[in-house]
Design a protein around this ligand. Structure first.
Ligand SMILES: NC(=O)c1ccc[n+]([C@@H]2O[C@H](COP(=O)([O-])OP(=O)(O)OC[C@H]3O[C@@H](n4cnc5c(N)ncnc54)[C@H](OP(=O)(O)O)[C@@H]3O)[C@@H](O)[C@H]2O)c1
Length: 199
């Protein structure tokens, strides 16, 4: 439901997991973290959450799938991963996306792509200098998208439904672009995407 407080299983406790987790906790949600520490396992986080967030390197998603197994079935699985290898090499071609590959690995989950085009530190507030960033949300399950849009709004973002899971291909390209701007073009991490629409 829009605006409900939720139980969230955060798989990954690195840059994304900690910043996005902080934003979600500040908004009043319960977050259980899971990573490679057996005392805080991915399986326990997945079992806890009504919404599971995948915040691990894309290359580790297969291992996570083995560990969490059916705990994700029927639940919303938010994919924040980017298929980026060493030296910014793309790990996938342009006719798929990390999100579509995640959906294949978790066939019974409702996969939603979000936040992957935002620098981790900006995931805490969804804003830069009090200006809202857009949370572009892609997925095939309308209700799952609505819930993730609500969560992004609670953090501070302006949510925008960008269509089916196939749109994740464009959201993942946006990640390559913003990393290139932030590091390659030396603009730093105080940058983000906002869609402007005039009527
Ligand atoms: N950094 C950003 O600004 C940013 C922004 C948008 C999207 N992303 C994407 O988000 C994902 C995470 O990035 P990050 O920067 O947060 O990476 P990170 O700081 O390296 O953190 C990765 C986390 O994943 C956990 N992990 C790795 N393999 C695992 C496994 N098999 N099972 C459970 N947990 C596992 C690690 O566990 P340990 O704590 O045990 O080491 C760590 O907590 C990547 O796909 C990245 O492309 C990053």
């Amino acid at each position: 439901m829009y605006g409900d407080r939720m139980k969230i299983g955060m798989i990954g406790k690195g840059n994304v997991g900690s910043h996005l987790g902080k934003g979600l906790i500040s908004a009043g949600n319960e977050v259980k973290f899971g990573h490679r520490d057996p005392k805080e396992s991915a399986a326990a986080a997945a079992a806890f959450g009504d919404v599971i967030i995948l915040a691990v390197p894309f290359s580790e998603v297969k291992n996570v799938a083995k560990d969490v197994s059916v705990a994700v079935d029927g639940k919303i699985l938010v994919d924040v991963t980017n298929p980026i290898g060493s030296g910014m090499s793309p790990l996938l071609g342009s006719n798929t996306s990390a999100a579509e590959e995640v959906q294949k690995l978790f066939p019974k989950a409702k996969v939603v792509k979000a936040f992957n085009y935002v620098f981790a530190k900006n995931m805490e507030k969804g804003r830069l200098n009090n200006e809202q960033l857009t949370a572009f949300i892609a997925g095939d399950d309308a209700d799952a998208k609505k819930k993730v849009m609500a969560l992004s709004k609670e953090i501070g973002f302006e949510p925008l439904d960008v269509g089916s899971i196939v749109s994740a291909r464009y959201l993942e390209s946006m990640a390559f672009l913003i990393i290139g701007l932030g590091y390659g073009m030396k603009m730093g991490q105080e940058i983000g995407f906002r869609l402007i629409k005039h009527d």
